[in-house]
Ligand binder design. Structure first.
Ligand code: BGN
Length: 393
């Protein structure tokens, strides 16, 4: 009799949630008492890290629990340092904001490209990078959460040099940062603007960044006072490059409105200009177009002091999949009419939405890597009306 009334009680609609809670609690305690202790501490940190990356990149269809676990098993990274730091962090009570001027900066840097991998690899900064190319200062609350976005194709040497160089400097700048490398899959011609837009959107899925730096793979900052922070206006971080020396051998720029190398924009600024144009396949024009967009959105680029924004341009041959785009003059002529038609909005809600494929997403040791595929012919067709005169020279 008692049993019957008890099962009646359990089945009544009011008690179902209670039964669910009891069952869940039992399962969780069983798991934490029996299974979790059998996982060693390194695996636990890895599982935790992968699951948090997984949660952060909520919309990322390539990651699921089994992928996270397989990453744990295949993880080659030394995490002992990370484990030690987690322990220190747990004991930390209150942190102050990082100082306005980071105390560890050294100023002008002497860079020897031949030696850079050797010299920076010996530096402790690389040990502090959390895989996916992330870092946050241990002893103060960072003033900026910076996403460095590197549109990329086939320059592995440059990428290895740049990422090491950046980890070394951005840590001295006490930033919370993550490096994203957005690679264009073959056979499509390189398209720097389109990759930058996709990079910004993916970074935003990953975390709440306050500043986006669109960075060339061959540009190495030569003065660490050049802070990778955003401002009240978009910032062109370059005042001179070894590529453009003037008569008296000073580093310069090819023309005043030039804005390649590295730029810094807040989410709001990037959205306000509608990002880069997506229709420049091959070399040239997308940066000039972006400059037009910034002006038309009633903003203007600011630069650091002349001797601070200097960059070393790593020399390289012309890339066969980034040929000078002969149509760029006409496309640039039509820039103003296209600003609100295509750009960052082409990936969000635009009626002429651009389709792209994420072939891969990997949290590599020094950067987060994405391989992106688009169909150049389809995009040109979509925006045919807005591309100006094809070969207007
Ligand atoms: C300009 C390119 C830029 C490039 C700079 C520096 C064009 C547009 C047609 C006028 N602009 O000529 O994209 O960054 O040279 O190399 O080609």
């Amino acid at each position: 009799m008692e049993i019957v009334s008890c099962s009646k009680y359990l089945c009544s609609s009011k008690s179902l949630p209670i039964a669910f809670v009891i069952l869940t609690c039992t399962a969780v305690s069983l798991y934490s008492m029996v299974l979790w202790p059998s996982v060693n501490v390194d695996q636990r940190v890895n599982i935790h890290r992968n699951l948090s990356l997984l949660l952060q990149s909520g919309k990322n269809k390539f990651y699921n629990i089994s992928h996270a676990i397989s990453l744990v098993n295949s993880s080659k990274y030394d995490i002992s340092d990370l484990v030690a730091r987690r322990k220190i962090n747990r004991n930390r009570i209150r942190l102050n904001p990082c100082p306005k001027i980071p105390p560890g900066l050294v100023g002008k840097l002497t860079i020897n490209v031949q030696n850079i991998i050797k010299s920076v690899t010996n530096d402790d900064s690389l040990k502090r990078v959390v895989y996916g190319g992330r870092y946050s200062p241990e002893d103060c609350i960072p003033r900026e959460r910076t996403a460095v976005i590197i549109p990329y194709r086939d320059r592995e040497d440059h990428l290895n040099i740049l990422t090491r160089h950046l980890h070394n400097i951005l840590q001295r700048q006490q930033l919370n940062y993550q490096i994203f490398v957005i690679e264009m899959a073959l056979p499509t011609q390189f398209n720097r603007g389109l990759l930058a837009n996709i990079g910004v959107l993916i970074a935003k899925e990953t975390g709440p960044f306050s500043c986006f730096i669109i960075h060339d793979v061959d540009a190495l900052m030569m003065n660490d006072n050049n802070l990778y922070r955003c401002g009240s206006q978009p910032r062109h971080l370059v005042t001179g490059s070894t590529k453009y020396r003037s008569g008296n051998n000073e580093y310069g720029l090819p023309y005043d409105s030039y804005m390649s190398g590295a730029i810094a924009l807040t989410d709001n600024q990037y959205t306000r200009v509608n990002g880069f144009s997506n229709v420049y396949f091959g070399w040239g024009g997308e940066d000039d177009d972006f400059n037009i967009r910034v002006k038309r959105a009633n903003m203007k680029f600011e630069r650091p002091e002349k001797d601070i924004g200097i960059y070393l341009a790593i020399p390289h041959e012309t890339d066969s999949t980034n040929q000078k785009n002969p149509a760029r003059f006409g496309i640039l002529d039509a820039a103003a009419g296209r600003q609100w038609i295509e750009g960052l909005n082409s990936f969000i809600y635009n009626s002429l939405k651009i389709k792209y494929t994420r072939y891969a997403l990997e949290y590599r040791q020094y950067y987060t890597w994405l391989l992106i595929g688009v169909n150049e012919t389809a995009i040109n067709k979509q925006y045919e009306k807005y591309l100006g005169e094809p070969f207007a020279l």
